[in-house]
Each structure stands twice: as structure tokens, then as C-alpha cells.
Design a protein around this ligand. Sequence first.
Ligand code: DAH
Length: 334
Amino acid sequence: MIDKIEAAKREFDHDADAVGDERALESFRVKFLSRNGIISKLFDEMKAAPNEEKPALGKALNQFRKGAEEKFTALEEKLQSDGEEDAVDLSLPGEPAFVGGKHILTQTIDSIKDIFKRMGFSVYEGPELESDYHNFEALNFPPDHPARDEQDTYFVNDKFLLRTHTSPVQIRLMQSTKPPVRAIMPGKVYRNEAINARSMNHFYQVEGLHVDTDVTFADLKSALMRFAAEFYGENSRYRFRASFFPFTEPSAEMDISCFLCGGEGCRVCKHTGWLEILGCGMVDPNVLKAVGYDPDVYSGYAFGMGVDRTALMRYAVPDIRVLYENDIRFLRQF
Ligand code: DAH
């Protein structure tokens, strides 16, 4: 019997060395340590041994079982810690992280801001939910004036609306600052328009305002020509056409030569050779009065440009709606 125990121990040591994973460890446990395992069977056999041999056999078997259990626990722990080492393999290259980027509209606004900041303009923002007073009245749109019709308005109630342009920010800026002021005012505007490839019911504008003593139309032209040269390229040509806005007098619209065809006429410029980029003019004395600036002392110019169409033209994107669909396949291209 004692030889049998020794043989079982040798087999145990031999098998223990071969255990390499959890499945092997489990069969090893079943073979030696389970209720029908080799060690249990040896205990059963011991019952049939002569009484005088029993104490020595019992001692040997108990030692075997204790040693076997300890060995099993040690193997179990070793397998576990091996697994942990595998989980943190510091030599593996990392998963590439998907980093977002700035939206094409944000990029366009950023470059407009950069150019004007270099010319001494600061950046100012106002609310999208605006009062009728700021959006229309203080900008010299009298109540019932037909010019209001051009900007189909989302009214919230009698007094409040979603701003139809960024021009009300001019009013807020002047109400809160003493002249001189020189700022651009980017932001989102809303108009109750049918949505199609060319127009959305919300879009972005950048407003500009410069008021001081002795600001003239020549200052307006030089600031806007500098902007156009930097934004659209030094070789682009431009023209100012007389226009009308209630809040400026005189008013103009600025066109630049089509950067796609260089002025020859193409689909982007609708075969005119010109692209309209902004409205502008000298701030109407009534607007200065409304904010408490003395029109006999101060004068200024203002301008407003659409950002969306600018971005679309710049990247030759044919449909404005893609700017708001957040399709990652589109956005990733910029
Ligand atoms: N607010 C005008 C619009 O939405 C654009 C505009 C024209 C702004 C002339 C100005 C300006 O500041 O002087 O169509």
C-alpha cells in the first residue's frame, strides 16, 4: 500500500508539471482531488489495510492530500496571474483614437474671425431669441414697414422672435459700450423659409461694425477689400453695387469675381462671373440715435455676410442641407 501511495505521488508531481491552462488544471483536480479521485480512493483502500499499518498509512495519505491541495492552489494562482500579465501587454501598439474635428462652418467662422481680429476687430455675441425692438425697430425698420417682409420671421409672441439676422447684436453692442466700437458678431439666425438645396430655415451670419469719429465709406471699402483679398485670394476682383437696408445709408452689396471660373462665368456664379458675398453700408443716423450715440459726432459702417453659402462656395458643396445633417462621412472631409 505504501508503494502505491508513493507511485500516486510521483504521478501527481508529473501531472502537476504538465498543467498549462485552466482546463488542464480542472482535469488534474478531478483526477487527484475530487470525491472519486485517486486520493479519495487511497483513503477507501486504507480501510481494508491491517489495523497496525493504519496509523502510518493515514499519516502518509494526510500529508499527500495536504501537499496536493497546496500545490493545486499554487497552480491556480499562477494561472490567474499569468492571465493578468497577458491582459496588459504594454508592448502592443495602441488602438488609434478617433479624434473629432471642427465643423466646416466653425472653420469658416474661425478664419473670418482671424482676418478681422488682425485688423483690430473684437468678437461679440448676442442671443438667438431676440426682441422685436432689437431685431427690427432699433434698426430703423418701422412697424409695418415692408422691409420686414423680406425676412420671414419666426415670432415667439408679440415682442419676441428668433433673430432673422445678426444685426441686432450691433444694437446690443452699442447699448453696452461707449464709442469707439469695432467688432464682428458671428451667430445663428432663423428665417421661416422653405428648405431646399439652396436655402435652410436657419443659417449663420457674421456681422461687422465700426463706429468712431470720422469713419467713412473709404474705411468700409478698405476693411472689406482687405478681408476679401485674405479670404478669397489676393487676385480676386470685387465690386460694390448700390442697395438698400433700413439700418444703413448709403447701402451696398459687395460681389467678388467668381473664384471658380475667375469671372468667365460658370455654374457656381450662375454665368455672371460674380458672387454676392455681403451687404454693407454707413450706419443710419437713426440707428445711432436709437442707441444714444450722437450722429453729429460719430459715424460708422456695418456689414453682414452669410457664412453657409461662403463655406459651400469655398468647397464647391452643392447642397446647404448637408451642413446640418451631421453625416460623419461628409464632415470628415474637412
Ligand atoms: N442684416 C442683413 C441681412 O440679414 C445683412 C446686412 C446688410 C448687415 C447690411 C449689415 C449691413 O450690417 O450693413 O440680410
